[in-house]
Structures are given as structure tokens and as C-alpha cells.
Design a binder for this molecule. Structure first.
Ligand SMILES: Nc1ncnc2c1ncn2[C@@H]1O[C@H](COP(=O)(O)OP(=O)(O)OP(=O)(O)O)[C@@H](O)[C@H]1O
Ligand SMILES: [Mg+2]
Length: 268
């Protein structure tokens, strides 16, 4: 049964014109639903359309076919109920951690007392208490991404979209931050759509992993992650985790080879 809560993608398609008579089909006929409070990751080869799909859900990119609805409302542009976290370091270097977290609330026109209250609470949530007065240059890359996450979460969005937020970090920091995201999500229970290249990260974080194909970008496999919800980074060394990793890897591998072959083809 299809309820209209959460994120609903209905026959979604995005094509880009790349020249006279040529186009790239970045997203092709995707119909799927992410129920409220669910955490779904998308994995797939480079260039398969993951960021494009996320941008459409965020209202930053128009679909050429089909629709996206969030909690029953059709997405026609950016919405305050939808929070975004990207790979790029988006902290403002001239503002300290507290003011970086307050910034989006200021723009949203929230009262000063509420800004302060929410900033304090969210800084605690992402594990940055004690660093309120620090400037981004004094923080590690992982801590700067925590600031970006706090800034988004402080607005209390019902949906959070993340596009490779930890891709620039080393594997260890990435897994630890991933486990933090799971802990935070268990408290906030937003609906999350998370894009990553990293299969272990996708399994560690999600309840379900979608595998996307290389051009045209379709969802070719859906894997339910039947691991305990209170997992931490140590779960990556368990046999159950390995089994899921192999399962997703088998789906991604063939597509990655196809994408690689297509992108390394020399035009004649
Ligand atoms: N504005 C645009 N104009 C033309 N083509 C585009 C545009 N944006 C994306 N594309 C093309 O659409 C396809 C999907 O791109 P997208 O960035 O969504 O892939 P991705 O899966 O996020 O890749 P990566 O893993 O490298 O981030 C690519 O072939 C890309 O070149
Ligand atoms: Mg991308």
C-alpha cells in the first residue's frame, strides 16, 4: 500500500541536453517511497545520477518526467522542511562554531533566544560541546562536517538529504562519524536520503540501500539492512555486515565496470 507520507518518487526522470539532438538520461523512471523516519542510502558508480536525484528531491533541479512529493506536498522548489548536507566544507571561516550553527536560523528569521537555545542543544547533539568559540580553521575536517550537520539539524527539518558528506575524510573518521549520524538519527528520527560511493558506509548507516545503475540511472537493486538499530562502527567486522557488503558489492560491481568502460572509451 502506498501511503503519501515520507518521500515519494513517482516515475521520476531527468534528462540533460548535451548538444543538438543528444542528451544524458541521468535519472530514468524511478518509482519508490521512503517511509517517514526511514534512513535510505543510494550507492552507484560515478556519474550514475545520484546527485541529480538528490537535487530533484531538494527542489534544486527540475524533473523532466514524474514527480516528487514529501509528506504529500509536491516538491516545486527548496523547502525549509528539507535540510541539506553536502561534501564541500560549507562552514563560514569568519564565524565561530556557535555563530556558524546560528547562521541558518538567523537567515530564517528566528528570534535570538530560540537561535541560542537550539544552537546550544544541536552543538551538544553532534558532540561539539566545548568548541562553541572555536573557528573552523581550528577544527579537523570531521569536526567541520559536524558543524555543517548541526547547522542543518538546528532548523529541525523533517527530511535530511546528504550528498557524500564525509567523502573528503579518511576512512576511520568517516566510519566514526557515520556511527555518530546513526546515533543522532535514533534521537531525531528524520527521514534521511544519503548518497555515498562507500558501500560499508551505506550499510552502517541505513535501513535500506538502493543500488543505482549507470546510465540510464535506475534503481536496480534494493537491499534491506537487517542489522540492529543501535549499531556502532564495530559492526563492520561482523559476518552479518560482510554478507550484506558482498550482496551490495555484487550489484554495484557490474555497473561500475560498465560506467568505467563507457567513460574511458576514446571517441573516434
Ligand atoms: N547540469 C547538467 N548538465 C548536463 N549534464 C549533467 C548535469 N548535471 C549532471 N549531468 C550529467 O548527469 C549524469 C549524472 O550526474 P550526477 O552528478 O548526478 O552523478 P553522480 O552519481 O552524483 O556522480 P558522482 O558519484 O561522481 O558524484 C552525469 O553523466 C553528468 O555528467
Ligand atoms: Mg554526485
Amino acid at each position: 500500500m502506498c501511503t503519501r507520507t515520507g518521500i515519494v518518487l513517482d516515475a521520476l526522470g531527468v534528462r540533460f541536453r548535451t548538444g543538438p539532438g543528444t542528451e544524458v538520461v541521468a535519472v530514468d523512471d524511478i518509482t519508490r517511497q521512503i517511509p517517514d523516519h526511514h534512513f535510505v542510502s543510494i550507492v552507484g558508480p560515478s556519474g550514475c545520477g545520484k546527485s541529480t536525484l538528490l537535487a530533484v528531491v531538494a527542489g534544486l533541479q527540475k524533473a523532466t518526467h514524474g514527480t516528487v512529493t514529501i509528506d504529500g506536498r509536491r516538491v516545486v522548489g527548496p523547502d525549509r522542511a528539507v535540510g541539506l548536507v553536502f561534501q564541500e566544507d560549507s562552514t563560514l571561516p569568519w564565524k565561530n562554531v556557535f555563530d556558524n550553527v546560528r547562521f541558518a536560523m538567523q537567515i530564517a528569521g528566528m528570534g535570538r533566544a530560540e537561535q541560542n537555545e537550539r544552537a546550544t542543544e544541536t552543538i551538544e547533539l553532534v558532540g561539539l560541546r566545548g568548541f562553541e568559540k572555536a573557528f573552523p580553521a581550528e577544527l579537523s575536517g570531521g569536526m567541520r562536517q559536524r558543524v555543517a550537520l548541526a547547522r542543518t539539524l538546528a532548523l529541525r527539518p523533517s527530511v535530511v538529504l546528504m550528498d557524500e558528506p564525509f567523502a573528503a575524510l579518511d576512512q576511520q573518521t568517516r566510519l566514526l562519524l557515520g556511527a555518530e549520524v546513526v546515533r543522532i538519527w535514533r534521537q531525531t528520527h528524520q527521514t534521511v536520503l544519503f548518497v555515498t560511493h562507500d558501500i560499508s558506509e551505506a550499510i552502517l548507516l541505513s535501513q535500506q540501500v538502493w543500488v543505482m545503475s549507470y546510465r540510464p540511472g535506475r534503481i536496480i537493486d534494493v537491499v534491506d539492512v537487517d542489522l540492529p538499530q543501535d549499531r556502532d562502527a564495530s559492526i563492520v567486522s561482523t559476518p552479518e555486515f560482510n554478507r550484506l557488503q558482498n550482496r551490495v558489492w555484487r550489484s554495484v560491481q557490474a555497473e561500475s565496470m560498465r560506467g568505467f568502460a563507457s567513460e574511458s572509451r576514446v571517441p573516434r
